[in-house]
Design a protein around this ligand. Sequence first.
Ligand code: ADP
Ligand code: MG
Length: 481
Amino acid sequence: MDIEYESVIGLEVHVQLKTKSKIFSQASTNFGANPNTQACAVDLGLPGVLPVLNKEAVRMAITFGLAVGARIENNSIFARKNYFYPDLPKGYQISQYEIPIVSGGSLDINANGELKKIRITRAHLEEDAGKSIHDLYENESAIDLNRAGTPLIEIVSEPDMRSSKEAVEYLKKIHNLVRYLDICDGNMQEGSFRCDANVSLRAKGSNELGIRTEIKNLNSFKFVEQAINFEISRQTQVLSKGNNVVQETRLYDPNKNQTRSMRSKEEANDYRYFPDPDLLPVEITKETITKIMENMPELPDKRKTRFMDEYGLEEYDVDILISEKSLSNYFEKVVKKVTCDVKFVANWMITELLALSNKHSILPANIPVSPSDFSCLINAISDKRISSKQAKTILEKMWKSGKSPDEIIDEEGFSQISDEGQINKLVDNVLKNHYKSVEEYKNGKDKLFGFFVGEIIKESKGKANPQIVTQILKEKLKDDN
Ligand code: ADP
Ligand code: MG
């Protein structure tokens, strides 16, 4: 009989902190500078230099810890993790081992419509390494040390996830949270947010953990999902053949959509961790923690509940609006300035504004239409100055030109005709010009009603308010004998 397996997943997430300078030096952390222009003597580990801890990095790590309900260690310790690699000039990475700054805590994810708690084991501060570039020169590798010394927190989860979907939910949750906290830019393409996925299988119902593999350096949600799924089916095959999974580190190749072995446990590094003699324990006082707590921004889960309660929006819509901090901020700015139903604003943002940002591949944070201009547009629709159809065209023009809706309405003569007297005349004209069709309509050819509406709108050059046209037309066709 076939055994039914259950997959078990734990993630190690690397979050690059948004400090101006590096974790132990004053070099800039800006992305995209010319190679090797932003690594100073400390980042290179030249003889005689001393690391000085960046307070901002510590503050950000504490902020994260408090946001997930973790314990903040008041005397955490930096350790040297020794290994040789060309992008690590010191020969060791400064990290935390025995006493990390953050321990415990948890996040709730949505697992098939139900809340599921994912426990966080720890989050520690460390420095990033440089970058090896293998595709710049033929037969040679290049090293860019600009990233060396960039502050990271590594967030380690308990093996609490049971599918690739849950893993992605958890990862998205952290991704959203660190941006709400303003401690990471979340740019996965630039490597500011990446993760290692640990995957194992076990017989369903068992309490023991199976042998795991670790897939390194995944930098998109899609790759995380695909890599885990591949690994689950690979391990299922290994086990069903009666073999054992080999504990090893694996790499995911997105082009082939498969993972391959990088190094096995026998070759695993012995990092010979020891406390860094150049750095004191990180002393954190109660006052520091209180101050950080007081300055904590509204967290995404809280904002979600508030949006549902305060605005009466559906969970589905709120999930979209809070998926980006900038989008939810935008929404609230617009809501303050409109006279109409909030639901109408949410619909327009989700269907029209987000459609445009997708179409132009613009992140919500960079939407070129200001909340104030967008609210004017919404007001123009709800006041019936313009039709929804016109509003869509106007919005596209606002997006491209940066002009206000009023400017565009004036310039293009977009405003809608809602004046009944004017529409009366238009209707009369059209009915007169099509008197034969009017006869046919009265003899039962109902379909012609739509034709008349179309002709009237055409006559008005698209400006007549269709609702008023319909209303007046109905009256006329009834009244006339
Ligand atoms: P290491 O530092 O060698 O990677 P850790 O014990 O710190 O090892 O574990 C790292 C991650 O692996 C954690 O997220 C943990 O939840 C996960 N993990 C550990 N054992 C398993 C397992 N058997 N299956 C799946 N994930 C696991
Ligand atoms: Mg690991």
